[in-house]
Design a protein around this ligand. Structure first.
Ligand code: IVH
Length: 598
């Protein structure tokens, strides 16, 4: 062997060993500067002798070119998903079902793992060298993301301890982002004026789908292996847990939290332990994956459509976090109801950043006994809507402030009406906040379905007084629209076309679009079914309205009162007569009839 070749091999081995110590053992042996100097020396030698360059060289992690698309990869062994259970009885049923199938009442040995909240990937090693990586895709076909996976420092480009390696092995696992990595990435993105990610999972997905691997390389991605796809020849142990330990010996990252459990009690204890410690992992998990440990038994149990019978995901309950209330603001809704909203120090709860939570009404604020500066417990109800479920009184700071309810509307300054739990701005469409909400309802999908007119455009139209009521929307023209931010001729024409198209509608949609208090879409359909035309409805007396089935006296009164107000009648008159000329059909308009037949 030439001297330069030997030198290159030595440098690569040195760097690989340091990377292993740094990323997998968490115990760096040399300062970063020394690593960088050796890497520079390797790059220099490789540039002198490009014929000696190999794909598994540590210098090649970010060597991939910018692509213009991802190529498809067909998985030789499909990448399956998992069925879910949510409670102890779900697990007991699963365990019993397996014992019935195995015709044995003995305790089953399971391998229990964290259910990482990221993206499944498959990484193929040929004679120990990383040759291809792919996303899960639909389970049968994924996308080739080799260049991006190579940038993840903990994923070995060449497996260690080559002696016992199969010729071909497809390592499967999850790419994810730590909570701190995610927070730092978002802070950086904010500074640079880039889009923020909603949660670590989205950030990991967005980072893996970069066509430029240099961008992926700057993202704090992590990887844990949890299984295997294709292996030839199969030199692996019959125990899934032992396989994972084998992979670890080859330098593949695995979670240290996996545990072999015998029987249901040990599994349930593991689940409890994970649940108690979940906030300490530093990354999001959304459950525990319970797998039959023996590969022979896994094979015997087999699959049902897209999920294995031998594994299940036991989901964790909704997560709670502590954070502080910075201030409380008051929002004005479509019907003038004022809602207190707590502005919070941003906090990650069940995978999403929460910075606001509704406090609903005066009673709720009193019930919680909240003050500004308080530390509160936040949960995402149904794992979606953020909710404050209590305060930690022991953490109340000395300078905590009382929440003062406004006496005037924060938008239009009208004097607020006060019932015992609700505050309401009585200004109706005079109040800009209510006007915006009214327009949002009017254009919405179930109402007039005016495509393209979103919140941003509505804010601009109302703020600049171009639109004070729904009829004004139909008075817009291309010149006016093109004066708004980010609207060019193409979008302006599209919006005008949407407005024109919306003029043929149904009575139910129109009624719903008017935004009458407590008239949702189902109620609007119900009312429309009882009246042939809008004219008849407008002149209906309260008695006939109350006679509509499934409509209570409150809704009947709201409808009646709405049609007695001259302001409302004038807007309706404008909408229905030329030049606007909206046509309300009793049911589906004739021009849409053909859709039914399809
Ligand atoms: S095993 C046949 N183990 O969960 C078994 N999956 O809901 C296939 N996941 O697509 C997966 N952590 O992305 C397995 N320890 C773990 C996991 C895990 C996260 C994800 C994976 C999979 C999804 C299925």
């Amino acid at each position: 062997m030439e001297q330069i070749e030997q030198q290159i091999i030595n440098l690569r081995e040195k760097l690989q060993y340091w990377e292993y110590l740094y990323y997998l053992k968490n115990s760096p042996e040399v300062p970063d500067i020394e690593y960088d100097l050796v890497m520079a020396e390797l790059r220099l030698l490789e540039s002198k002798r490009p014929d000696l360059l190999t794909v598994d060289s540590p210098s090649q992690r970010v060597g991939g070119k910018v692509q213009n698309k991802f190529f498809q990869v067909r998985h030789k062994v499909p990448m399956l998903s998992l069925d879910n259970i949510f409670d102890k009885s779900g697990f007991m049923i699963f365990d019993q079902r397996l014992r019935n199938r195995l015709k044995s009442n003995n305790d089953i040995v399971y391998c229990c793992e964290l259910k990482l909240d990221g993206l499944a990937v498959s990484i193929l090693y040929n004679r120990g060298v990383l040759v291809r990586a792919a996303t899960r895709g639909d389970g049968n076909t994924g996308e080739n993301i080799t260049a991006n996976i190579r940038t993840i420092s903990t994923i070995p480009l060449r497996l260690k301890n080559d002696d016992n390696l199969p010729r071909l092995i497809e390592i499967r696992g999850e790419v994810f982002m730590s909570k701190t990595g995610f927070m730092q990435l978002n802070t950086r993105s904010k500074k640079e004026g880039n889009k923020l990610f909603a949660n670590p999972r989205n950030a990991a997905a967005g980072s893996l789908r970069q066509l430029d691997p240099a961008i992926t390389a700057c993202r704090p991605l992590m990887f844990y292996c949890y299984g295997v796809g294709l292996v030839t020849p199969n030199v692996l142990s019959d125990s899934h847990w032992e396989q994972l330990q084998q992979f670890k010996n080859w330098g593949i990252p695995i979670s240290t939290y996996s545990s072999r459990c015998t029987g249901s009690t040990e599994v349930l204890d593991f689940y409890q332990k994970v649940n108690n410690n979940r906030s300490s992992f530093g990354f999001d998990i959304d459950g525990v994956v319970i797998k039959v440990d023996s590969l022979r038994l896994q094979h015997h149990l087999g699959f049902i459509t897209r999920a294995p019978r031998w594994a299940i995901a036991y989901k964790l309950p909704a997560q709670e976090q502590l954070t502080q209330i910075k201030k409380v603001e008051f929002q004005v809704g479509r019907t003038g109801i004022i809602t207190p909203v707590a502005r919070l120090n941003p906090i990650l709860v069940s995978g999403a950043i929460v910075s606001n939570a509704t406090l609903h009404n005066i009673n709720e604020v009193k019930r919680l006994g909240i003050m500004i500066g308080d530390t509160v417990i936040v949960r995402r109800s149904g794992n979606v809507i953020p909710q404050i479920i209590g305060i930690v009184s022991s953490k109340r700071p000395e300078n905590a402030l009382q929440i003062v309810f406004p006496s005037q509307c924060p938008i239009c300054c009208s004097k607020l009406e006060h019932s015992n739990i609700m505050l309401r701005c009585p200004a109706g469409l005079v109040c800009a906040a209510q006007r915006k909400e009214a327009i949002k309802r009017f254009v919405s999908r179930l109402a007039m379905n005016i495509d393209g007119i979103g919140d941003k455009i509505i804010n601009q139209l109302v703020n600049s007084n171009l639109v004070t009521n729904p009829a004004d929307l139909f008075r817009l023209n291309a010149d006016i629209l093109m004066n708004l931010e980010r609207i060019g001729p193409i979008l302006a024409n599209k919006l005008l076309h949407s407005l024109k198209k919306s003029k043929k509608t149904t009575l139910a949609r129109f009624l719903y679009a008017l935004g009458i208090c407590e008239v949702g879409y189902a109620t609007a359909v119900n009312i429309a079914a009882s009246y042939n035309t809008l004219d008849i409805l407008i002149t209906a007396d309260i008695k006939s309205l109350k006679a509509i089935s499934n409509i209570g006296p409150v809704v009947a009164t709201n409808v009646y009162n709405f049609f007695t107000k001259s302001y409302n009648l004038n807007v309706i008159q404008d909408l229905l007569s030329p030049p606007i000329g909206i046509r309300c059909y009793k049911s589906k308009p004739a021009y849409l009839e053909h859709c039914k037949k399809k």
